[in-house]
Design a protein around this ligand. Structure first.
Ligand SMILES: *[C@@H]1O[C@H](CO)[C@@H](O)[C@H](O)[C@H]1NC(C)=O
Ligand SMILES: *[C@@H]1O[C@H](CO)[C@@H](O)[C@H](O)[C@H]1NC(C)=O
Ligand SMILES: *[C@@H]1O[C@H](CO)[C@@H](O)[C@H](O)[C@H]1NC(C)=O
Ligand SMILES: *[C@@H]1O[C@H](CO)[C@@H](O)[C@H](O)[C@H]1NC(C)=O
Ligand SMILES: *[C@@H]1O[C@H](CO)[C@@H](O)[C@H](O)[C@H]1NC(C)=O
Length: 499
């Protein structure tokens, strides 16, 4: 978030790069070395393994198996893509037909790679408790990101780590890695478009953007290469700069969500085939799969949860990042027709059989309920009616750089049932993970606000306790302190919710 117009005024944005000093990570001598590793849940029994290399691969391959010493299976693809201004190629291989909820070992095939492991997805309907971590507005760490040199009061105090495991939120995700099964990160991922906020980058232009991109995804790799990392777009993925009036000047490759598409387009799922006994549910799930447009809008099922990732940036009326939109980022649309995203969402939510996946979670970037002034009313008008109609349990957003929790709310009014079997969705903002722009002020609480925290970097975990109880915890990133906990009770005694 944050308008950078005032800051940018008068700066020589696209000056020649002779004086540039973008801090790129070193290029490994072995160009097949995997970097920027990232996993995603790609289907009910498949996981995509993606990574970048400093050269194109003709046949990216991954060896895998259930024993570290016997990687007896191998899967390959021909998917190795790049774009103008990128120094790297994005490779992706999908591992299919995995046994559910099983530890797999994998090795990206390279003359310089190591054996890693992941836990395969739970099948829809598995009622075992599990946790998911929620980070939004994360951002690069170190010289290209937030440092003491930039001296914003609440930024971290460690000047440079490469690659980093102690960016406070990434560090906490690392130290708690066995307590959650995947991460959702709906938007504002690496903050490459904030290259201009680091004075040393001023003369770098496109290299500043790329250096941050490479650095951030290297920093994230120890987490994203270990746990599925599910993303959807935020405004910081749109173009080379958040400064509206200059977005049109971005070089080819650094506008219209190019890196985001290149990196995640082939890794995220569409929508899963329904395992419901209902024909209508299966038809709706198939329709949703056809209308899904990963990495912008898509869904997946995992144990007790049906999770829908939405795009609050483009593809609905008055979408902020679209040409003519309020953010002036001039990106998208991405649907093959104007209403594709909302048609997807309607079909997808209608397909959810609560006897299989009792919990329905929607995650997107811009909130419409927030204590700050960044409340996306066009988003509310587009999405809220569908979330209410189909009884979504929890809606997750970021964009505002702090932690907030709201009572179950509909049409700006708290549900009279509170947390005891409400009809309206409960809302959270989990945008305090930490980035170069720093934290947002706590703002003004509305009557339906229940918690707000803006003192230190923080994030959320969503703990699926059982079919009726969902716990949402906010965690302080640097010391792991529990800042807020709440439990939503839902009877879930209706197979298909329509209200
Ligand atoms: C091998 O990979 C490691 C990191 O994974 C890197 O530091 C090292 O430079 C690579 N070696 C070569 C020869 O490229
Ligand atoms: C979920 O996280 C909580 C802490 O927030 C932890 O106590 C619990 O053991 C975790 N549950 C699972 C199934 O890992
Ligand atoms: C962060 O990592 C650096 C380098 O590994 C180390 O020197 C520093 O003590 C770490 N800081 C914290 C707070 O863990
Ligand atoms: C962005 O890309 C999409 C599809 O890739 C295209 O349809 C759309 O016109 C592009 N938007 C702009 C503003 O170039
Ligand atoms: C939302 O609330 C306003 C008044 O606050 C009311 O006029 C409107 O009809 C309500 N809309 C719905 C869909 O309930």
């Amino acid at each position: 978030m944050m308008s950078l117009l005032s800051l940018a005024k008068g700066l020589p944005l696209f000056a020649a790069c002779v004086l540039g000093s973008a801090k790129y990570p070193p290029i490994p001598a072995d160009l097949t070395t995997p970097v920027q590793q990232r996993l995603a849940i790609n289907g009910p029994s498949s996981v995509s393994v993606a990574w970048n290399t400093y050269k194109a691969l003709t046949k990216p391959c991954v060896q895998y198996g259930t024993s570290a010493s016997a990687l007896s299976l191998q899967s390959c693809s021909t998917s190795s893509v790049t774009y103008p201004t990128s120094r790297t190629w994005a490779n992706v291989v999908t591992l299919a037909n995995l046994a559910p909820a099983t530890t797999y070992y994998y090795k990206i095939v390279s003359t310089n790679s190591t054996v890693e492991h992941f836990f395969s997805p739970r099948v829809a309907g598995d009622k075992k408790p599990f946790n998911m971590s929620v980070v939004i507005d994360l951002g690069v760490y170190g010289a290209n990101g937030y440092t003491i040199a930039s001296n914003k009061a609440k930024r971290d105090t460690i000047p440079f780590i490469q690659p980093s495991l102690n960016h406070t939120t990434i560090g906490r995700l690392a130290s708690t890695v066995d307590s959650y099964e995947f991460v959702v990160h709906p938007g504002d991922i690496g903050y490459a478009d904030d290259w201009i906020l680091t004075p040393a980058n001023l003369f770098d232009g496109k290299d500043g953007y790329q250096a941050i991109t490479e650095t951030f995804f290297d920093q994230l790799a120890p987490i994203a290469g270990r746990k599925p990392y599910m993303t959807s777009p935020g405004n910081h993925e749109a173009s080379c700069q958040e400064i509206p009036s200059t977005s049109g000047l971005c070089p080819a490759g650094q506008k219209n969500f190019t890196d985001f598409i290149n990196r995640f387009g082939a890794t995220m799922p569409t929508a899963f085939t329904s395992t419901s006994t209902s024909d209508a549910a299966r038809v709706n799930a198939n329709k949703a799969a056809l209308l899904a447009n990963p990495p912008f809008w898509f869904s997946f099922e995992y144990g007790m949860a049906h999770v829908v990732m939405i795009d609050t940036e483009t593809d609905f009326a008055n979408a902020p990042d679209q040409p003519g939109g309020s953010a002036k980022l001039g990106a998208g649309p991405f649907g093959s027709y104007a209403n594709e995203q909302l048609d997807f969402l309607a079909a997808d939510l209608a397909s959810v059989d609560r006897t299989v996946t009792p919990w329905v979670i929607v995650a997107g970037h811009r909130p419409w309920y927030s204590t700050g002034d960044e409340q996306c009313e066009p988003c509310r008008l587009a999405f809220e009616p569908l979330l209410y109609k189909y009884g979504v349990d929890l809606a997750i957003f970021g964009h505002v750089h702090n932690s907030q929790r709201f009572a179950p709310t509909y049409n700006k009014t708290a549900d009279p049932a509170g947390m005891n079997n409400p009809k309206a969705p409960m809302y959270i903002v989990a945008g305090g993970a930490g980035n170069i722009e720093g934290l947002s002020a706590a703002g003004t609480a509305q009557s339906y606000n229940r918690f707000v925290y803006a003192d230190q970097f923080s994030y959320a975990t969503v703990n699926f306790l059982d079919a009726q109880n969902l716990q949402v915890n906010f965690i302080r990133s640097d010391n792991g302190a529990l800042l807020d906990t709440s439990t939503l009770f839902k009877k879930h005694n209706q197979q298909f919710v329509v209200q």
